[in-house]
Design a protein around this ligand. Structure first.
Ligand SMILES: Cc1cc2nc3c(=O)[nH]c(=O)nc-3n(C[C@H](O)[C@H](O)[C@H](O)COP(=O)(O)OP(=O)(O)OC[C@H]3O[C@@H](n4cnc5c(N)ncnc54)[C@H](O)[C@@H]3O)c2cc1C
Length: 373
């Protein structure tokens, strides 16, 4: 497009930059319009799991979509390394969901049966392990651990490095990252989108809304909907420890740098500046019951961050009928789904249409179904 871009991606969080990288790989001229340094970004505060088990209860295609990304992740990380020299430390050893009582284990098994019994669900392995089986793989568990569910497809990554790497990668591919360009309004005139920003107008042939919870305000400007329900999560980080935890647990993982991240709570709050100490205390107490060696470890950091959360918890991928060329890319689990956004969604946007297999289950039109687990 003369004087403009092929695609304007609104939002420079993980979802936006992954999509932008994929678009740039397709040969598109891309601009990423973002807010400034102090913006609220889930991408800076997450728990960094690339997680499969338990995804999809209430929306079976979400399980298959998540597995697709998990399977693509190793190649995605390798491509990023080739382009930037940075290793995002993706590992997929399998992951655990620990139960601290027989009752918790039974509830977990029941939930997984419901998930895997859904019509149309993709088949994948999640096992329920008893305490002895768990202890073979996680020798440091506490005496209260009754068992766990284990899925070999689960993994984790260095999420902040991933964020930095993607920014480097889009830059290397010539995409324009435009910080402090908060989009105020979007119109379509003479076949092109005009995005009014705090730093003037940007024009583009297509627009991909990847602004997290702000998609709720932006989507109606291009004939789309993005019903959101932001939610706060808190994370506690310990000092560096000798490697003792070789598998991520859904609420606890040892990072490639040796620290232990403990999370991740869910609170109905949109205030990213506060911490609820009772929540941190509960997270820490459960972590110590799972791994008693943590009782004597120093906490070095704790924070809260606001989750990008659609109203039913599942991703929204949509394209506008009234404004052809406008798309929404919006989800929780933006770390897990990063490979899909870069390698599957972006090429579709570059071609100008999302596949029916995506729009069917993931259009915002479905919202109104029961919450995801
Ligand atoms: C505590 C916590 C734990 C999590 N754990 C995991 C996990 O283990 N695994 C996992 O897969 N996911 C996890 N997530 C979710 C994951 O972090 C998010 O799905 C992901 O970061 C969302 O990225 P995003 O780009 O959509 O949103 P954000 O990172 O919030 O970025 C949105 C961007 O849009 C910009 N923006 C907003 N409005 C405008 C506008 N008008 N104009 C221009 N730009 C705008 C903002 O400035 C921001 O840069 C967790 C999240 C939290 C909070």
């Amino acid at each position: 497009m003369k004087g403009g871009y092929d695609v304007a991606v609104v939002g420079g969080g993980l979802v936006g930059v992954a999509t932008a990288w994929g678009l740039a790989r397709e040969g598109c001229r891309v601009a990423v319009l973002d807010e400034g340094d102090r913006a609220v970004r889930a991408s800076r505060g997450n728990f960094a799991l690339v997680w499969v088990q338990s995804k999809g209860l209430g929306l079976a295609p979400y399980a298959g979509w998540t597995i697709r990304s998990s399977n693509a992740w190793a190649g995605f990380a390798e491509s990023l390394k080739e382009e930037t020299g940075l290793d995002v430390c993706f590992q997929r050893p399998g992951g655990f969901h620990l139960a601290l009582s027989e009752k918790e284990l039974e509830a977990r098994a029941h939930m997984l049966r419901r998930l895997h019994n859904q019509p149309g669900i993709v088949e994948y392995k999640t096992e329920i392990l008893d305490r002895a089986q768990v202890a073979k793989m996680l020798p440091d568990i506490g005496r209260e651990v009754a068992g766990a569910s284990y899925c070999p497809l689960d993994g984790h990554v260095n999420s902040l490095r991933l964020f930095r790497t993607l920014h480097l990668a889009i830059n290397a591919r010539g995409a324009a990252y435009l910080p402090s360009h908060r989009v105020e309004s979007i119109t379509k005139e003479a076949g092109e989108f005009r995005l009014a920003t705090t730093q003037g107008e940007i024009r583009a042939g297509k627009v991909a809304l990847a602004a997290g919870n702000a998609n709720m305000r932006l989507a109606p400007m291009v004939g789309l909907e993005a019903p959101m329900k932001p939610e706060r999560g808190q994370i506690v980080v310990t000092e560096r420890l000798r490697p003792f935890l070789h598998y991520p647990v859904v609420t606890l993982r040892q990072t490639d740098e040796g620290t232990v991240m403990i999370g991740d709570s869910k609170e109905e709050s949109t205030d990213p500046s506060g911490l609820t100490l009772g929540v941190s205390a509960t997270e820490a107490s459960r972590a110590v019951r799972m791994f008693p060696l943590l009782a004597n470890v120093n906490v070095v950091r704790t924070w809260s961050a606001i989750r990008v959360m659609t109203r039913d918890g599942f991703p929204i991928y949509d394209q506008s009928e009234s404004h052809p060329g406008a798309f929404t890319v919006c989800c929780h689990s933006g770390v897990t789904l990063c490979a899909n956004h870069a390698l599957t969604i972006a090429p579709m946007i570059a071609r100008g249409a999302l596949d029916g297999s995506l729009v069917g289950p993931f259009s915002a039109r479905r919202v109104g179904v029961s919450p995801a687990i």
